[in-house]
Design a protein around this ligand. Structure first.
Ligand SMILES: NC(=O)c1ccc[n+]([C@@H]2O[C@H](COP(=O)([O-])OP(=O)(O)OC[C@H]3O[C@@H](n4cnc5c(N)ncnc54)[C@H](O)[C@@H]3O)[C@@H](O)[C@H]2O)c1
Ligand SMILES: N[C@H](CO)Cc1c[nH]c[nH+]1
Ligand SMILES: [Zn+2]
Length: 440
């Protein structure tokens, strides 16, 4: 029986409220430093020793002891078998989720500027942008504390919609236990190769390559604090999508929702990780009290009560605000991964939100629908990075090249300008290259 949880309370009227809030949003510095130090050791070892280090860390952290990395690869026929062996209900759920995620990302490909374009000037000079998919990407699918077939779909489908030729998936399988839905999802999403490795060692293997695991051009996908720290460290050697760490939910309520629904939505992210963060912003003190009561009534029913209890005790916040307008301002400062607006007329408040990974509007839009099957991507920026980054999308799997074709007439006008500016910079070869093409 879990003990009652008392969620930490803040009031926007408290002296030093913003400072207290911001410090409650970040993980303790000491934790970050210890994790980063451990990750540096792992990255260095994998870079130097390749497969041997991957085997050693997989044994140490996932209790999976094999002689060769090739034994950690799951072949396409094995993935297909897992898909075929699913129950009809599971197969249908996975199929429908995959279709919806694909449809959303196909739409994104059209709407989000993921295509090449070109225009021609009056003198015949042509300028444009060529869009090319990445050749090979690595997708990290978390697997330490829970299995995430939905994350397989969310990572692999946009990559394939973008046209990535080769998708290499890594997923830890603690104690060697393989989740059939994860394998089936990899089959359905068209993943090319799967290795059962995780943590910083998987990120290192994808970034540097080993004897068995090919290096990739970019690594995407969420993970725990070790995975996030490793991605930050290998950025530059490979591209990364974002830092998507422990899950977060921010619920904005005007007091008109069902407190049990709100409590369960807070649990839904808390159950991911002891470091996940759930926050409620509400102007109604009575409603906050009701949610607190719902939490303690519902918690004992939850199979993952221990993780939820730790997450709520360590990281959850109930913030009483003056009014909904102030709630929106505070929500912008928090820049949460998931923002639920559980109010009457949620769109009036959504209009005031600038920073959030995903915005869920109305009492029927539980965040968990977005996690599985609404269609938009569930890999979202965490730890306030929604101030400057976006959900994982098709645009993460393409890159752009500028296209320039100057006509003979265009070379006369541009040549004169370039020559003047190049002389101004003291770069004579640049100037001469432009001048040589000028008609005498
Ligand atoms: N943002 C998103 O889209 C999204 C989606 C799903 C899950 N998540 C988050 O992903 C995370 C998944 O975490 P997880 O732990 O279940 O799986 P994970 O796969 O991210 O991490 C497991 C790995 O962590 C490494 N590890 C664990 N303890 C270690 C230690 N002491 N030293 C070095 N390495 C260690 C191990 O190598 C292990 O294989 C959760 O925080 C969850 O909230 C985020
Ligand atoms: N909420 C997670 C993203 O933070 C995604 C997920 C997958 N499965 C369940 N939830
Ligand atoms: Zn979730």
């Amino acid at each position: 029986m879990p003990k009652p949880v008392q969620v930490k309370r803040l009031n926007s009227q408290d002296i030093g409220f913003i400072e207290t809030l911001l410090s409650s949003l970040s993980l303790p510095m000491a934790d970050d430093e210890a994790i980063d130090a451990a990750v540096v050791k792992i990255l260095t070892a994998v870079k130097a020793k390749g497969d041997a280090a991957v085997l050693e860390f997989t044994k140490q952290f996932d209790r999976l002891n094999v002689a060769k990395v090739s034994e950690l690869e799951i072949t396409r026929p094995e993935l297909e078998r897992a898909y075929n062996e699913l129950s009809a209900v599971q197969k249908n759920a996975l199929d429908v989720a995959a279709q919806r995620v694909r449809a959303y990302h196909e739409k994104q490909k059209i709407e989000a500027g993921c295509h090449s374009w070109e225009y021609e000037e009056a003198d015949g000079t042509r300028l444009g942008q060529k869009v090319t998919p990445l050749d090979r990407v690595g997708i990290y699918v978390p697997g330490g504390k829970a299995a995430y077939p939905s994350s397989v779909l969310m990572n692999a489908i946009p990559a394939k919609v973008a046209g990535v030729a080769e998708v290499i998936m890594v997923v830890p399988t603690p104690d060697g236990s393989r989740n059939p839905l994860v394998l089936a999802a990899a089959y359905l999403a068209g993943v090319d190769r799967v290795f059962t490795i995780g943590g910083a060692q998987a990120v290192a293997a994808l970034a540097y390559g080993t004897e068995t695991i090919p290096s990739v051009d970019k690594i995407v996908g969420p993970g725990n604090a070790y995975v996030a720290a490793a991605k930050r460290r290998v950025f530059g050697t490979v591209g990364i999508d974002m830092i998507a760490g422990p899950s977060e939910i921010l619920v904005l309520c005007d007091g008109s929702s069902n407190p049990d629904w709100v409590a369960m939505d807070l649990f839904s992210q808390a159950e991911h990780d002891e470091q996940a963060q759930s926050i409620l912003l509400c102007p109604d003190a009575k409603f906050i009290e009701q949610v607190q009561d719902s939490i303690n009534r519902l918690l004992p029913e939850m199979p993952r009560a221990k993780v939820i209890e730790a997450s709520l005790t360590n990281r959850a916040l109930f913030i009483q605000v003056q009014d909904m307008k102030q709630a929106c301002e505070i929500a912008n400062a928090i820049a949460a991964e998931h923002l639920e607006i559980c109010t009457v007329d949620p769109r009036q408040w959504a209009d005031q939100i600038r920073h959030a990974g995903a915005i869920f509007m109305g009492n029927y839009t539980s965040e968990s629908l977005g996690d599985y099957c609404a269609g938009p991507n569930h890999v979202l920026p965490t730890a306030r990075t929604a101030r400057f980054s976006s959900p994982l999308g098709v645009y993460d799997f393409i890159k752009r090249s500028s296209m320039i074709e100057v006509s003979e007439a265009g070379a006369q006008t541009l040549g004169a300008i370039a020559s003047t500016l190049a002389h101004g910079e003291g770069l004579q070869a640049h100037a001469r290259a432009a001048e040589m093409r000028l008609k005498k």
